[in-house]
Design a protein around this ligand. Structure first.
Ligand SMILES: Nc1ncnc2c1ncn2[C@@H]1O[C@H](COP(=O)(O)OP(=O)(O)OP(=O)(O)O)[C@@H](O)[C@H]1O
Length: 258
């Protein structure tokens, strides 16, 4: 049994002005004690997978197929609310969305600590590399890198069994990005299932931090497996992530710079 699983999940969004199939028969497992990296071109449905795994699909979405958490199919919002209160955590792509706008980040983190009585705010902030000197600021007063790390601290406080992080290092310098991924690694090593959406294949390859990679294209999962297996896969779309500058492009750049 995996901590989280999508089985044949299709999600259709009909906004009234346009309609689109954003996930198309997606099968995905997120095992305990592992980091699963979810990759794919912009707009292919990665954040929609994060929303599906945390019961936060947009109101205009209609879905078929199953989402399982710890083996049980989750069917309604009452179940999702209960799961979001401790079992599952999401660090959204925009960290500011993890907080209420009108209260300081520190007050909201302290409330989470009171509710869950697990990790302390200081410990969660240190793990998330969130600088405690900005705790008394409101969410919108943070830089995007700061609020992203605050959102990670907030997600760590309840100690979720499933942690979904949407581009955890997108706004960070390389050294801080490596440290944030080390935190995710340490968290997975406690037995948690971590699904991390990222574009940073170079970092994944360099650090070997993720055990599994899943590639998406046009709302579908098209390849999944250990990084070495994915690296060797002769699928041009997948190869494009490992070698973002193809041979011909490199010579274009060389010509441009000459
Ligand atoms: N709230 C929403 N309502 C309707 N459609 C949406 C909503 N959010 C996203 N979509 C659509 O779902 C599709 C997948 O979007 P998604 O955000 O999952 O892409 P992504 O792979 O995470 O992209 P990126 O790497 O740019 O963040 C897109 O076509 C997008 O227009």
């Amino acid at each position: 049994m995996h901590t989280a699983e999508l089985s044949d999940l299709t999600v259709h969004v009909d906004t009234g002005r346009w309609s689109e199939t954003v996930l198309d028969s997606v099968n995905l497992v997120v095992p305990a004690g592992r980091i699963t990296a979810l990759l794919g071109e912009s707009g292919c449905g990665k954040s929609m997978v994060a929303a599906a795994l945390t019961g936060q699909l947009p109101p205009a979405a209609r879905s078929t197929g199953d989402v399982r958490i710890n083996g049980a199919v989750v069917r309604d919002q009452r179940q999702w609310r209960k799961l979001r209160a401790g079992t599952i955590g999401l660090v959204p792509q925009s960290g500011v969305a993890a907080f209420a706008a009108e209260r300081t980040v520190g007050a909201q983190l302290r409330e989470l600590q009171r509710l869950h009585r697990g990790r302390s705010v200081e410990d969660a902030c240190e793990a998330a590399l969130y600088p405690s000197e900005v705790l008394d600021l409101h969410p919108h007063q943070h830089s995007s890198g700061q609020i992203q790390r605050a959102a990670l601290a907030a997600a760590l406080l309840p100690g979720p069994e499933l942690l979904v992080v949407d581009e955890p290092s997108a706004s960070l310098d390389t050294a801080t990005a490596h440290r944030v991924w080390a935190t995710l690694r340490a968290y997975a090593d406690t037995g948690a299932a971590v699904l991390a959406i990222t574009h940073d294949v170079a970092l994944l390859t360099e650090t070997g931090v993720a055990e599994l990679m899943v590639f998406m294209r046009d709302g579908r999962t098209i390849a999944a497996g250990p990084p070495a297996e994915m690296h060797a896969l002769e699928v041009p779309y997948v190869q494009g992530f490992f070698h973002p500058l193809g041979q011909s492009c490199r010579s274009c750049v060389a010509r441009t710079m000459a």
